[in-house]
Ligand binder design. Structure first.
Ligand code: HEC
Length: 187
């Protein structure tokens, strides 16, 4: 019987120890963030594809302007996360990166300059006492170049000039890093 005592002690003290350090479960948080990102990205892309097919890029502009923030808001309300998009060169000044986001975007850009493909970039995370943050790279696809490329149709250029006079998000080609999904959750 004696043999059992140390084992019982160990197993009894284990939950108490983990509770005392009060560490957030970062693996679970990262998993959750990846799921939300996938869902948000998937919804956006299918809406965008449908709108491009039915009415071309000027019509599809509404998806990026109106639907993207709406889907992000809904995802945020449903999940308790704040879901956003950002980039080094933004179209909408409201999507400007904060210092941490800027640093991650620059780090990814350096990795790509050194030969890493955009698909191989790894998500970034930041944990503080107050919140958990997660960033996932967004690649430029063929579809995106119609509104973010170097050569835009005149009507696309005109619509962008009207809606986004400070637009910096052109000149991209397929395979470039376009920006990032950026998520945060209070802890
Ligand atoms: C029909 C035109 C159009 C297409 C196609 C398009 N975008 Fe955009 N994109 C926009 C507009 C307009 C905004 C600004 C949205 C806003 O006001 O928040 C934007 C914003 C963004 C942002 C947020 C950062 C910023 O620049 O403000 C990212 C990231 C982005 N687009 C990525 C993509 C990717 C990736 C694709 C291809 C899968 C794509 N876009 C295709 C028009 C487009």
């Amino acid at each position: 019987m004696k043999k059992w005592i140390p084992m019982l002690l160990v197993s009894a003290s284990w939950p108490a120890l983990t509770a005392a350090t009060d560490q957030p479960d970062t693996a679970a948080l990262q998993q959750e963030a990846r799921q939300i990102t996938q869902q948000f990205g998937g919804q956006l892309k299918s809406l965008l594809q449908a709108a491009m097919a039915s009415g071309g890029p000027v019509n599809a502009m509404q998806v990026c302007k109106v639907n993207a923030p709406q889907i992000a808001d809904t995802a945020s309300k449903d999940s308790g996360w704040k879901v956003a998009r950002t980039a080094s060169r933004v179209r909408n000044p409201a999507n400007q990166p904060d210092p941490w986001e800027q640093q991650v975007l620059q780090d990814w850009a350096r990795q790509m300059a050194a030969g890493t493909a955009v698909e191989q970039l790894q998500p970034a995370t930041l944990v503080s006492a107050a919140e958990y943050r997660f960033m996932q790279p967004i690649a430029t696809a063929d579809l995106c170049v119609k509104c973010h490329g170097a050569e835009l149709a005149p009507e696309v250029r005109a619509t962008l000039a009207e809606l986004y006079p400070q637009d910096q998000a052109t000149g991209f080609k397929a395979g470039d890093l376009r920006g990032a999904f950026s998520l945060r959750k209070p802890l």
